[in-house]
Design a binder for this molecule. Structure first.
Ligand SMILES: Cc1cc2nc3c(=O)[nH]c(=O)nc-3n(C[C@H](O)[C@H](O)[C@H](O)COP(=O)(O)OP(=O)(O)OC[C@H]3O[C@@H](n4cnc5c(N)ncnc54)[C@H](O)[C@@H]3O)c2cc1C
Length: 469
């Protein structure tokens, strides 16, 4: 179907569905929905804020008839440009669909609308001693719709896995406006797995079933200070080879640590090259045994010291250090290019060496931190998008980082997704056949190509051409 411009009659149809309050047409309002956490932006033609699945269905019926691309949107915290409303698309924002529809503590299960903020769900289910394990560092703002669409993970993913491990069912609206339901109990092909992490390109989520787990009874939280990030990564590889898996195992290199300490007004740690932030949870015995194993492993390496939390307040103090990384880094440079490469844990020391060599070779400021226990490092290139020459070096550096990652058997995205930021690299990652399959899947779910077009797979994939972007 040919794309059309947004017509006055389409705007009137949307206003009939949602009333004036659900439809934003002014430029000022539309600009607020034009960006995410990347450097990309594109102003949508209109912003729609539905309050029910039935409204979403009617919106899609109008959009498919008019050939209007629709871009679903949560809180806009994505790092891949997945929620950017390209080419004046319809931005479909879920801030009014933010209800917890069902919560059954006995079944350890809940059903939520996509606009529910992750952190608010945690507070709600926490009252009954339960939690939803995926904890992206953006959890105070990011929505469960966005978390599911990106299969977000977070510090606890090491022990608990990512969002895909907790979704039990989805209610969706298809590109032509039809409502459908898919559950982990459904027979036939496992469409649930295909939909989680599909970045809004295969269906619009209107309700999400989630599995919850009990809050563990004991914890031990500590920091281990190392002389370098490479040494810290050797420690992680060592833990992995011994099968020692804590709940949380996060790293910060020395520039990131310095920056966070300054941000929080804390004394700078001297002589430290990197830290590992570790949390062990479980029963009292589990925590004791695992903590002893961890300390023994670290003490054999050239680690400087430990700082253990002895109270809830101390634990919160250490978590605050970890959670403050993003706001602290935001002050370093006008632009932060955040790559989330991921390699097998045994290859982490080689990845760290490659990152350090790249920073040196390209003369760039790189701050590295992340979910190192998963093999996932966030490589943040601090730059300024207005400096054209430097941005060329940044792009070259990212290309070389991805090459190094592939050589180590890794992936260019551990959790942030493909969106538009990594679209051009996908053919190299999944190959010609993989790209053809992706194109076929997209066509099967969204023949008219109106669901978040141009994200993940090219907008008009040349049939069987594989690498076309
Ligand atoms: C400071 C910071 C820390 C972060 N930490 C982490 C982290 O630890 N782990 C991690 O995985 N990510 C992290 N992220 C990235 C980001 O927060 C996650 O990808 C998050 O899941 C995005 O949620 P959102 O509500 O902001 O979605 P958006 O960015 O608005 O959208 C993300 C995707 O979801 C789609 N979408 C939204 N709602 C729907 C719907 N109803 N139906 C279909 N598709 C929909 C959009 O089209 C888009 O493709 C972080 C980001 C920031 C800024």
């Amino acid at each position: 179907m040919r794309r059309k411009e947004l017509s006055p009659s389409a705007v009137r149809a949307f206003q009939e569905i949602m009333g004036q309050a659900g439809v934003f047409t002014s430029l000022e309002d539309r600009i607020c929905y034009s960006f995410d956490a990347t450097t990309y932006s594109s102003v949508p033609g209109v912003v729609l804020r539905p309050s029910s699945a039935e409204q979403v269905s009617r919106i899609l019926a109008v959009s498919s008839q008019e050939g209007l691309p629709v871009v679903p949107r949560g809180a806009g915290t994505g790092f891949a440009g997945s929620a950017i409303p390209l080419e004046g698309s319809v931005a479909l924002s879920f801030e009014r669909m933010n209800r917890i529809l069902d919560f059954s503590p006995d079944d350890r299960h809940c059903v939520v609308e996509p606009g529910v903020v992750n952190g608010l769900l945690q507070k709600h289910v926490g009252k009954k001693g339960l939690f939803f394990p995926p904890d992206p560092s953006s959890l105070d703002v990011s929505t469960l719709g966005g978390n599911v669409a990106q299969s977000a993970s977070g510090p606890r993913a090491l022990r608990y896995g990512s969002t895909k491990d907790y979704v039990t069912s989805l209610d969706l609206v298809a590109g032509d406006g039809q409502l459908w339901h898919v559950s982990e109990k459904s027979g036939g092909y496992d469409l649930l797995s295909l939909l989680v992490g599909s970045e809004g390109t295969l269906g619009i989520l209107t309700a999400i079933g989630l599995r919850l787990v009990p809050v563990p009874s004991s914890w031990n939280t500590f920091m281990a200070y190392f002389r370098s990030l490479e040494q810290a990564s050797v420690a992680v590889a060592e833990l992995s080879s011994q099968g020692i898996i804590p709940t949380v195992l996060e790293a910060m290199d020395h520039v990131t640590l310095r920056c966070v300490e300054e941000f929080l007004g804390r004394q700078p740690s001297s002589g430290v090259g990197a830290v590992l932030f570790v949390e062990v949870t479980g029963s009292e015995t589990e925590v004791k045994v695992l903590s002893e194993k961890l300390e023994l492993t670290f003490s054999k390496l050239e680690q400087i010291r430990f700082e253990s939390a002895v109270s809830e307040a101390e634990r919160e103090r250490l978590w605050t250090l970890r959670r403050s990384v993003s706001p602290a880094l935001a002050r370093v440079a006008p632009t932060k290019i955040n790559e989330d490469v991921c390699v097998p844990r045994s290859k982490l020391p080689a990845l760290v060496r490659a990152i350090e060599a790249l920073a040196e070779r390209h003369g760039l400021d790189i701050y590295t931190f992340g979910h190192i226990g998963d093999g996932n490092l966030h490589v943040n290139i601090m730059t300024d998008v207005r400096k054209k020459k430097e941005m060329e070096r940044v792009e070259q550096c990212a290309d070389e980082l991805f090459e190094a990652t592939w050589l180590l058997g890794g992936t260019i995205t551990g959790e942030h997704g493909i969106g538009i930021a990594k679209r051009k690299y996908l053919p190299r990652e999944v190959g010609r056949v993989g790209m053809r399959m992706f194109g076929e899947v997209k066509r099967a779910f969204d023949e008219a190509n109106i669901l978040n077009p141009g994200k993940v797979v090219p907008s008009e994939p040349a049939h069987g051409a594989g690498g076309a972007v």
